[in-house]
Write a protein that binds this ligand. Structure first.
Ligand code: ZN
Length: 301
């Protein structure tokens, strides 16, 4: 069991909503697909770390800051003497190693993740020092996709290629792992420092007007849904959800995209589209959120 479980990142959550509610440019679409793929790769690596028998604190996804520099760790394992951090890459295809880029035939080169790894390692080491931890930081790039090949990789790099992964995990499982309160304290401290929203957001530009309004199915994301009584029924996959739950799910989407905007009955009525009565929206919001103000000035938090 991970001590800190992985959840979908803020950026990926927003990208998923944007992808269904607006037309992404080709570049943004690729960026979104890469994020989605990266997340899947991380989840695959989580399966491997959870299989380890030695005790360690598993911290999945940490967004941290030290000396005003922010850094993100895909996966961390706190052992007795070491802090092992992993940058997980779900690259696919054949590449040729180069100090700056992994080169490919198609010309779609990928930046060598080594610099990023070194930076994270240094910042984490400094952060650990500042909180009095004496753990040695080990950092690796994990290439999780079995369809990934990197030709001419120098042997001394902290890279774990798909063919080496099995052996690597076995080696991790031999680390000394007598954990005490100080390890737990460190894990707790890092979790408390974790930032839910990264300070620098890489997101496509978007605005309210261009968003497709309406409620979507929770399973297949289709906008083709019908309200029958208290239920929202998807015309595409047949999924049934309570209207109350569906409205709140769509309110959450709105809040993620427009955190500055006030939640009012009018706004959500327009956002959800297919709920015909404003009263119904107002009832759902009233039940689930706290109302501030009166009448036309009322908003929900
Ligand atoms: Zn559906």
């Amino acid at each position: 069991m991970p001590y800190k479980a992985r959840s979908v990142s803020f950026v990926l959550k927003v990208l998923r909503i944007l992808n269904k509610r607006m037309k992404l440019t080709e570049d943004d679409q690729r960026y979104y697909q890469n994020q989605e793929k990266g997340f899947q790769g991380e989840v695959q690596f989580d399966v491997l770390t959870e299989k380890l028998k030695r005790s360690s604190y598993i911290l999945n996804d940490l967004q941290l800051e030290h000396n005003k520099s922010s850094f993100q760790l895909d996966s961390s394992l706190i052992f007795q003497d070491t802090y092992s951090l992993f940058d997980v890459k779900n690259f696919e295809g054949e590449f040729v190693y180069d100090a700056e880029y992994f080169k490919t035939h198609s010309g779609r080169d990928i930046q060598n993740p080594l610099d990023q790894l070194k930076r994270s390692k240094l910042l984490l080491s400094n952060l650990l020092q500042s909180v009095g931890s004496k753990l040695t930081v080990e950092a690796y790039v994990i290439f999780i996709n079995p369809q990934f090949t990197l030709f001419q990789t120098p042997p001394d790099l902290p890279f774990v290629l798909p063919t080496q992964l099995d052996r690597f995990m076995k080696k991790l499982d031999q680390k000394p792992s007598r954990l005490n309160q100080s390890h737990k304290n460190l894990a707790d401290q890092l979790i408390s420092l974790h930032q839910l929203v990264p300070p620098i957001l890489q997101l496509p530009a978007y605005n309210y007007e261009e968003m497709k309004k309406g409620m979507t199915c929770s399973k297949c994301n289709s906008f083709s849904v019908t309200i029958v009584g208290k239920k929202l029924i998807c015309n595409n996959c047949g999924c049934i959800e309570l209207v109350t739950v569906a409205v709140m799910r769509n309110v959450e989407e709105f809040k993620l995209l427009f955190p500055e905007q006030k939640i009012t009955t009018n706004v959500i009525h327009e956002w959800c589209g297919i709920v015909d009565s404003r009263k119904r929206i107002s009832r759902v919001l009233g039940k689930n959120l706290k109302i501030t103000g009166l009448g036309q000035w009322a908003f929900y938090e």
